[in-house]
Design a binder for this molecule. Sequence first.
Ligand code: PEP
Ligand code: MG
Length: 747
Amino acid sequence: MALRKDSDSRRLLRRLRDTLAAPGGSQDRLDQITHHIADSMATEVCSIYLFRDADTLELSATEGLKAAAVHKTRLRLGEGLVGRVARTGRHVNTANAPAEPGFRFMPETGEEVYSSFLGVPIQRVGDKLGVLVVQSREARQFTEDDVYGLEVVAMVLAEMAELGAFLGNLDERMPQAHRFPSMFRGTGAQEGAAEGRVWLHEPRVVVANPVGDDPVREKKRLLEGVETLRSRVNKLLADADMSDEGDHAQVLEAYRMFAHSRSWLKRMEEDIDLGLSAEAAVEKEQSQARARLEMAADPYLRDRLHDLDDLSNRLLRILTGQGSDTGAEMPENPILVARNIGPAELLDYGRKLKGVVLEEGSVGSHAAIVARALAIPLVIHAGRITSEALNGDAILVDGDVGVVHLRPEDSVAAAFRDKIAMQAEAQKRYAGLRDLPATTLCGTKIELHMNAGLMADLPSMESSGAEGVGLFRTELQFLTRTRVPRRSELAALYTRVMDAANGRPVVFRTLDIGSDKVLPYMKPQDEPNPAMGWRAIRVGLDKRGVLRMQLQALIRAAVGRPLHVMFPFVAEPGEFEAAQKMLMEEIAREQRLGRGLPLDIRVGTMLETPSLAFAPLSFFRACDFVSIGGNDLKQFFFAADRENELVRRRYDTLSEPFLSLLDQIIARCAEADVPLSFCGEDAGRPVEALTFAALGIRRLSMRPASIGPVKHLIRQISLEELRDVVDNARATAQPVRRAVTEFLAQL
Ligand code: PEP
Ligand code: MG
């Protein structure tokens, strides 16, 4: 059998490379390639099937099958043996192809006389390009070495395709990777629409030469690259400063083990022996791991394959010298495209970005929180966009519906621009209301505050006309760092926040960590139900050091001015009392030390658990203010995880049970004469906001971008009329949402 010897393989790869370098059209090249491969493998047939579109493979060149079938024979993904190879990303090797399940006979090719079949995918890290097949009359099983050798050849073809060797004069008959428009349906994690150009967070590495002439030299390069990788990984893990117990440490240890894996290195060395360059060898193993990753259901295996993928990327960057900083210039209106991104990295890009598209992520992820703070549209779960997109590609991001158009058609782009223009028009209208109060026609004033969590949020206070910060989520400062911030750093930050608010009130909510917000430097708790687990005030009261430090920082920042502190996730009065007592102790301590004190201190609670709505009146009387955290309150009231796409939109905030719960809270607060606000996401949704106002809530805190639209409506309605509409709908068991929407539509 040919290709048995490494030297045969290397000779074939060199012939392929020469074919690539020689002048000539793409079809000529493909024809020559199939000829060389059939010759080297001593098979009668060699064929190349390439993707015409995402679902269709086309016979694009052949040695041995009927020439008339070229560009005629097509198969769908998963159809026949060729389709199976393409779908699974794994080879099919059979001595008796017609007897193989799923075999599909294609008479126009004349292949009925061939018995044995070996097909391997042509793929390049997540990019499926086609299938390479050899066939022979003799009913024989191809050896492991044959399979391996053909995979190496397919790798070189994939690299050649990437370099454009098969494009050109085949034009529209050939698949043109990275050229067609494509659409990705993901999940909108921050509203807004943006048009711009792709900026890849981790740009694709270009392997200029897949074929290695000197295996000794290539192996040396590989070894040096792996050495560098190992020392970087060791450093990375040392810097992570983890406690060396727990799952997290185990995961990192597995990562380190991979970097030191002998078998990984050995496979890559074998690839080099067969003629690949060091970087092509890394890519070959990475491509196969990616294909396995896509098929793997076992979460542990998936994680390990992810590790390998990540390490391969790092190794490729080392070998090619192409880092994140490739010297490419950031395009105008950059839209960041990434598998995933950490909050600190996203903050580094800052407001330069017009939008963000991620393959992974979750609605409550730290990146999503930052994107929200920066008010840039964000779409998550956007398929395999990092494989498809190239730096500089035109891209449209619609965070309202979670759709991304890559290289859009003109008509799509035009419609999209209309949408952006309409939004800009509306924004202009809202800007005109900025300095006007949110007062209804009947004279009721609703206070509109904004939610914030970063210094970067504060400029929005001016532009939105917010009357203050109704919720400052302090955990973001902790989430965007690699270690616990120092008291002095926090005090300095809180001072700057209060300075920026320029006399308007800022309600600082103490650390709400745990649940979905796990600090990178905290030992993760393996909790079955983190949202209902050890989080927020529960952590603060159990591990008092951090809460105490935060309270001290707040007191110091507020010397000589008012301080508003709010405790998160209080489920029973005792927790509030304990936290309040801690704050008082810290104030007494400052006093003892002879330091200055805040002028006025208000201590409030978040109301995020149904239990608290039924707390005794004495509790409400003990609070200086109460703020309804609807995001959590709703998830516990309806038992529907706010992070779970399957259920998170299932129950209506404006349904009778939830409105009754709000009635209960409003009545308690009125009786105790304690100010009440609503600061969950619903406060920024116009229909919800107006209904809350009709029920009697007089202060709403929301994203800055929602203040304009909400104020615009408040100023046009009579709250008395709206109250009648709501009461009437409730009395007659009609949907309140519909009644309010219809009422607003009449305006
Ligand atoms: C809420 O639960 O509604 C809230 C405002 O808090 P967070 O979204 O930070 O949990
Ligand atoms: Mg909450």
